[in-house]
Design a protein around this ligand. Structure first.
Ligand code: SF4
Ligand code: SF4
Length: 410
């Protein structure tokens, strides 16, 4: 694609990055077939190619309107288009640049601004979100059913094993996950303990920064990244082998710290190192398979699971088939899931900001997951877990909880 960037952006770091991405796009349109919003809405401007064109126009100095913003808002940032694109167009990076640019030029309504500000402040704060969730649980009985289903029941985390191994790794605690499902990181700690690795959460680290960053509070998101790097760095220097992330959405963000902070002289090198060390928990478990396999025994009965691979796992981190193989090795039967590449509609804060599209995606996803008659649904990201739980009749868990449960039974 030929570009002619406007003077005010040409030569800037953002302009050069966007230009390089735009030039790779050859308009072929292959990406349209796997875009969930194009599939639902049928409007070219709600497709990757259409959004790329809107961003190109904005970068070339064409007037930016509320309509441009609406089409960019409707994008789930699921990155299915990146997986499909034969030219390697890094759409996710481009849409971040485009959104920041449009945000500067198009004023949102006061209600929209307030909603986004509230989400960017509340969700990343463990204390605020924990208090809001506790209040929601207290009044769940009088809430509308659709809202009540979004509030997960309290789950017991179980014991966190004592640090006893020479091999050590750090777990990202995150922001909403400790309140919604503390059982997930605790399960990861128990599984890794059996593999001879001690896992520890670092109290000073918190939200990965993705919530604020993708709501266009990009500076806040980067500050959270810097705070995590500061909290983890002494442990990295003293030999922690990896930063283990059990929410694939957060893992995508942490793996991107190096790129996002590449222009920050004080943090660039550390951020690059942290990104190298960041691992989805499936990568760590897969590497320890030989050590864990003898501890699994043979299950009395094979349970059938539908696995929902989050967009952040399959398109963001490009980890495909790894969790499924771990679950099969552990004796679970995996049921077929049609259209597994499509988003469940969670997408960070998307389900709250674009509820109608999100609801339609959720409906389709639950139907696909339940079509093979599983007993349970498993996933790999807390946002997807909460979203699926709000629409599925079956229980929804993180896959590491299933592996932990299997290991506990032996
Ligand atoms: S598939 Fe890639 S090259 Fe083709 S239109 Fe989409 S983004 Fe552009
Ligand atoms: S990120 Fe997802 S929703 Fe957005 S354009 Fe790409 S495929 Fe479509």
């Amino acid at each position: 694609m030929q570009t002619r960037l406007a003077d005010w952006i040409r030569g800037t770091a953002q302009g050069e990055e966007a230009d390089a991405i735009l030039r790779r796009c050859v308009h072929c349109g292959f990406c349209l077939a796997t875009c969930p919003t194009y599939n639902l809405l049928g409007d070219e401007l709600d497709s990757p190619r259409g959004r790329i064109y809107l961003i190109k126009q904005a970068l070339e100095g064409a007037p930016v309107t509320r309509r441009t913003q609406v089409h960019l808002d409707r994008c789930l940032t699921c990155r299915a288009c990146e997986t499909t694109c034969p030219s390697g167009v890094e759409y996710g990076k481009l849409v971040d640049i485009g959104r920041a640019l449009v945000e500067e030029k198009v004023a949102r309504s006061p209600g929209d601004r307030l909603r986004r500000w509230f989400l960017a402040r509340t969700l990343p704060s463990r204390a605020l979100f924990g208090a809001a969730l506790a209040a929601g649980r207290a009044v769940r009985a009088v809430l509308p059913a659709a809202l009540a289903r979004k509030i997960p029941a309290r789950r017991d985390a179980g014991a966190w094993p004592a640090a006893r191994h020479a091999r050590r790794m750090i777990a990202l605690a995150g922001c909403v996950q400790p309140s919604m499902a503390p059982s997930i990181n605790a399960a990861a700690a128990r599984v890794l303990d059996r593999a001879g690795i001690s896992l520890a959460e670092i109290a000073q680290a918190g939200c990965c920064g993705a919530v604020a960053f993708h709501l266009n509070y990009q500076h806040d998101g980067l500050d959270r990244a810097r705070a995590n790097i500061d909290a983890w760095w002494p442990h990295v220097e003293s030999g922690a082998e990896a930063i283990v992330v059990t929410a694939s959405g957060c893992g995508t963000m942490v793996k991107d710290y190096g790129h996002l902070l590449r222009g920050d002289a004080a943090y660039a090198a550390k951020a690059a190192r942290i990104s190298e060390l960041a691992k989805d928990v499936s990568e760590v478990v897969a590497a320890e398979r030989e050590r864990l396999a003898p501890q699994l025994g043979t299950p009395a009965r094979s349970r059938s699971i539908a696995f929902h691979s989050p967009c952040s796992l399959q398109h963001g981190l490009r980890i495909n088939g790894v969790v499924e193989e771990i679950l099969r090795d552990a004796g679970f039967e995996l049921t077929p899931v049609p259209d597994g590449h499509l988003c469940c509609g969670s997408a960070g804060t998307y389900s709250l900001l674009e509820p109608e599209i999100s609801r339609r995606l959720l409906h389709n996803k639950v139907r696909a997951l339940e079509s093979g008659g599983p007993e349970l649904i498993a996933t790999a990201n807390i946002g997807c877990l909460a979203q699926l739980q709000s629409g599925a009749a079956l229980p929804v868990v993180h896959w590491i909880e299933l592996l932990d449960e299997r290991l506990q039974r032996v």
